[in-house]
Design a protein around this ligand. Structure first.
Ligand code: C5P
Length: 262
């Protein structure tokens, strides 16, 4: 893997396009593309519009795509899906898959992506959904270790399988870094500027703090797509977040040089 130069704060922001139709998505891309590093497109938009169509349209509008499909199936099926995503070309910079699919599935995805050659997407393992708390892990999923220990276990297992990074809560980043080291990419949702409402996110962290503890990329949805009136529109919100991160001493990158797929 080739190290890339440290990213500017705005390049570390991935705007979540949690909208049901392409017109709304493209409206946000037009407003935000110069102020963020890329766009997370997930199941809602992809199911409504179709994965190739969304990728093509966002790329044509000038946005890099974080394809949040959270793949989880038997290894052969996931490998096929990864092959199909790789065939969509370099617009797809990141692709998610669930760590709970297991090591064989993760390895199949990694091998398939590597075999695809060219500028393949970075593969990110989703550790534990932030919508699950420790009680749900224990009582519903019968996981007896604590939440953070389980997240770190998933991250280490995924790293051993060759994934490029993981998705986790910012509150788990320090523990993951301590075990997985500096080269594993960590992408964190659950990020909120002081001026934005938490919404349904329970354990949020400020953007500057999330970067300081070791996140590489911040997935931010509603604070960008529906900012408070006093902040302005999506572009103003993105600029404000990047400015706040820059102003927060030492919070921009922590000197990290995240890996690329090249
Ligand atoms: O609007 P908000 O900033 O809360 O959006 C966060 C985005 O990150 C949403 O697209 C949500 O689905 C996603 N996400 C999350 N927690 C995870 C994984 C993804 O909030 N563990």
């Amino acid at each position: 893997m080739t190290p890339i130069p440290s990213l500017a704060p705005h390049e570390r922001i991935l705007a979540a396009l949690d909208v049901p139709d392409l017109a709304s998505a493209l409206g946000l891309v037009a407003q935000l593309r110069d102020h963020v590093g890329g766009f997370k497109v997930g199941l809602e938009l992809c199911t409504a519009v179709g994965v190739p169509q969304v990728v093509q349209a966002v790329a044509a509008a000038g946005g890099a795509v974080f394809l949040d499909l959270k793949l989880s199936d038997i290894p052969n099926t996931v490998a096929g899906a990864v092959r199909s995503v790789c065939a969509l070309g370099p617009a797809v910079r990141m692709l998610t898959l669930h760590c709970h699919g297991g090591a064989a599935m993760l390895r199949a995805a990694v091998e398939t992506a590597r075999a695809a050659g060219g500028q393949r997407p970075l593969l990110l393992g989703v550790t534990v959904m932030t919508s699950l708390d420790e009680a749900a892990l224990r009582d519903e999923l019968d996981v007896s270790v604590g939440l953070t220990d389980h997240v770190v276990h998933m991250a280490r297992m995924a790293q051993a399988c060759g994934v490029d990074g993981v998705v986790a809560s910012p509150h788990e980043v320090a523990a993951i870094r301590a075990v997985c080291g500096p080269n594993l990419l960590i992408v964190t949702p659950g990020v909120r500027p002081a001026w934005a409402s938490s919404g349904d996110q329970r354990r949020v962290m400020r953007p500057a703090e999330a970067l300081r503890v070791g996140s590489d990329y911040l997935v931010i949805g509603r604070p960008l797509t529906a900012p408070p009136a006093e902040v302005g529109g999506p572009a103003a919100a993105a600029i404000r977040i990047a400015t706040e991160v820059r102003a927060s001493r030492g919070a921009t990158t922590g000197g990290r040089t995240p890996p690329t797929s090249a």
